[in-house]
Design a protein around this ligand. Structure first.
Ligand code: COA
Length: 374
């Protein structure tokens, strides 16, 4: 047996054509296209790229758009389910329950053919934002808002969440968040989804595995943790002391550090620019200034003094942007999932297309030959 790589660090578990990360240079590509280019597209174009392997031509885009539109609504049974299982939970918990229920209603649940999976993928991408927004409105005892087909995926989500159309900058930030959050190679939740798909289980089950894994605070749940941290800091002036306290107690600064990037996370850089734009537009620098002070303190104390590559990751400035968008913290990780669903689906489809059961080994370090007393 080979050496144990704790946390599977640096282990190459499979081959993929979906995305590429260069952790030393801070580079991320989906299907060979740099994310700095991809942010000029729409989330639907990027989802098509991830799932079908190419950007859509006009006809394909129209078809994809129409299918999204036809699948966005959720029916009364789903709304009723959201009403009965709403116990001060996170959006992620609601999503997991509803996706499980939706799988019961799909007559192709156990059909893992490409055609059936593409149909299910379209349905899932379309419904994720509607479920998250409806969950929130029901928990606030407000009317559920139906999707508006004239809006982009990002703008429509904010509209369904708040009941009014977002400003242009808000719509652009939401769309960019979905694009940038969509895919990241073999991260923990994508790995979970692929492991489930590799057993030939259905794609809904694979997505539920992904949801369960994304929720944790070392992964997508870091967005919620960042929002909570920002709420705990009374003003930008107190951010440095707050961060120094965490460092002296050897606690992790949420939204910092990454298994693969040893330099700036390129997604964090994009989000940071958007965070400053919306701060200026809103004429309220509070969240941005607080975040900047945390970042500067981590840089001085950990990057410079301890020579560790602990830079803001995708979740840090996402959390800041969400504060400006007034996204409730309990929804933060589920908003991440609205983007990430596209990557999970692409990976499941790739896995079904060239499958081998994913089944690593563990080195046993317990005792042997223990006999039962008669
Ligand atoms: C993402 C993360 C889980 C990666 O973990 P990992 O690759 O297993 O890295 P390790 O836990 O081995 O950490 C390596 C070193 O960096 C330090 N480190 C890593 N992330 C840190 C953080 N956010 N704050 C402070 N120190 C951190 C560790 O303490 C460790 O130091 P040591 O070698 O002196 O013990 C980790 O960086 C983390 O917990 N970040 C905060 C949560 C977060 O933002 N998650 C979202 C990721 S996109």
């Amino acid at each position: 047996m080979t050496d144990v790589q704790k946390g599977l660090e640096k282990v190459i578990a499979l081959e993929t054509k979906i995305s590429y990360i260069d952790g030393e240079r801070g580079l991320l590509e989906y299907r060979g296209i740099n994310i700095n280019e991809l942010v000029k597209l729409t989330f639907l174009e990027v989802s098509h790229l991830l799932i079908f392997g190419h950007l859509p031509n006009n006809d394909e885009l129209e078809d994809f758009f129409n299918q999204m539109h036809d699948n966005r609504d959720i029916d009364d049974e789903v709304l009723n389910l959201l009403k009965i299982c709403n116990f001060n939970i996170e959006g992620m918990d609601a999503l997991r329950t509803i996706i499980s229920y939706l799988s019961h209603c799909d007559q192709d649940l156990n059909d893992n053919s490409m055609t059936a999976n593409i149909r299910k993928a379209t349905k899932l991408i379309a419904k994720f934002p509607t479920i998250v927004a409806a969950f929130h409105r029901i928990s606030e005892l407000e009317d559920v808002i139906h999707p508006d087909p004239s809006l982009s995926h990002g703008a429509n989500f904010l509209y369904m969440l708040k009941g009014f159309r977002p400003k242009d900058i808000e719509a652009r930030i939401m769309e960019t968040d979905f694009i940038i959050s969509a895919e990241h190679e073999l991260n923990a939740s994508t790995f979970s989804a692929r492991v489930t798909a590799s057993t030939t289980s259905d794609i809904y089950s694979a997505i539920i595995s992904g949801l369960g894994t994304l929720k944790g605070r070392l992964h997508g749940g870091a967005r919620l943790a960042v929002m909570e941290m920002l709420d705990e800091i009374p003003s930008p002036d107190e951010a440095e002391k707050y961060t120094l306290d965490l460092i002296s107690k050897k606690q992790r600064i949420m939204g910092f550090g990454h298994r693969v990037y040893k330099t700036h996370d390129p997604r964090g850089l994009i989000f940071k620019k958007l965070a400053i734009q919306i701060a200026k537009e809103n004429k309220d620098m509070t969240w941005y200034d607080t975040a900047q002070k945390i970042e500067n303190t981590v840089f001085q104390e950990i990057v410079e003094k301890k020579n560790k590559p602990i830079y803001p990751n995708v979740d840090f400035y996402a959390g800041v942007m969400y504060k400006y968008l007034e996204i409730p913290p309990l929804l933060a990780t589920s908003v991440f999932a609205i983007g990430r669903i596209a990557g999970w689906l692409a990976h499941c489809i790739e896995q079904y297309g060239d499958n081998r059961l994913i089944r690593p080994r563990a080195r046993y370090i317990g005792e042997h030959e223990i006999h039962l007393r008669k």
